[in-house]
Design a protein around this ligand. Sequence first.
Ligand code: UD1
Length: 417
Amino acid sequence: MGQIIIDGGARLQGTVTVGGAKNAALKEMVAAILVPGRHQLNNVPDIADVALMGELLSHIGCRLQREGTTLWIVSPERLNPEAPLELVRKMRASIVVLGPLLARCGEARVALPGGDDLGARPIDMHLEGLQQMGASFRLSHGVLEGEALNGLTGAEIELSFPSVGATENLMLAGVAAKGETIIVNAAREPEIVDLARHLNAMGASVTGEGTPMLHVTGTPNLSPAEHTVIPDRLEAGTYAIAGAITGGDVTVTGCSPTLLRMELSKLEDAGCQVRKGEDWLRIEGPERPQPIDFVTLPYPGFHTDLHPQMVALLTVASGTSIVTENLYDSRFRYVGELARMGADISIESQHAVIRGKPELSGCPVLAPDIRAGAALVLAGLRAEGTTVVGDVHHIDRGYNGLVDKLRAMGAAIARSD
Ligand code: UD1
């Protein structure tokens, strides 16, 4: 399944460039379902999840072609409105095809995603919103069968939590529905703002993106468009923390520091020196970080997908930190692996108490999910001796060239497949 082998102790120094945002690119690929023709996305990261979404779109009937970071998706007149279990299981984000398939085809069969590495992760808000827009669902042998024979109609939908996926599913459905859809308590993530820009370039009318109240007016006049995916703030944040944990001096280019305000300010609190420009940031890590507390929250709060990397940093802090996870019930699963490296962490429901130690000690560990996998690599950069991170396929879902990029900044790191 692939391993990353790290000899810890090197101080990272140099520049790293980040790619396009996974969590924006995946949904912008799905937008191609909405209208036949040739769609163009630029700055698409070359990661496993993008390949999986490509497989799903191919199953639905699209043809894909990639050259460098540009991806063309040719969407046909007739779609196969179906997402099979083997793809949905590998990537939960597949569920966002539900809304656009219902809007375009009046029917959709999507295998129920069930739980994943991060916990139960229900899709009740996706379904309730689409029902309000006129869809009906039944579950048959693990497959969710949706119907909207007269198409979808705009509605006012209140989300009980600003779910990223539900907001995107309803936005994608709303642009091809009849009338106006209002999403109240919508997610405000930058990836949603980027999806709105892409949909508007296709002729849609989405307003209020980046605020809790989204207005989407349906139109039959959508057309394919060209769009450039925003930079990946999670990849940028991971390299910033890599600089911090090694006491290094790392410059991240091709990123948007304004999208990482909370995370960078927490890194400053931990004793890092942070400098930034419009599309770059530079971080100098301290000998040993100071302890900090933080809670994960929807944007603009601290991103849950940077929580494990930050916890890795705090394992070597000069005191005790408390981290509260508010989005996922099983996000702390990786803590046992960090404990094998000598970290002192105790978990009490959604809180982690991290008692910083001077050193970590390298050993074999397993990556339980994308971000926890990255966190274990970062811990390995700091640890004394050799760390071998297994189950690297999780990391490949969200990072392109992690090993090469870290090696170029001085890490003693290699990969074996
Ligand atoms: C997206 C991101 C993921 C990130 C998350 C939160 C993608 C591909 N993934 O996931 O990396 O961690 O946003 O920023 O973009 N929930 C419900 N019912 C629902 C929908 C969600 O209870 O109908 C719960 C989930 O179980 C979870 C929380 O709400 O506990 C947040 O989920 P959501 O914002 O929907 O995240 P995703 O879109 O799945």
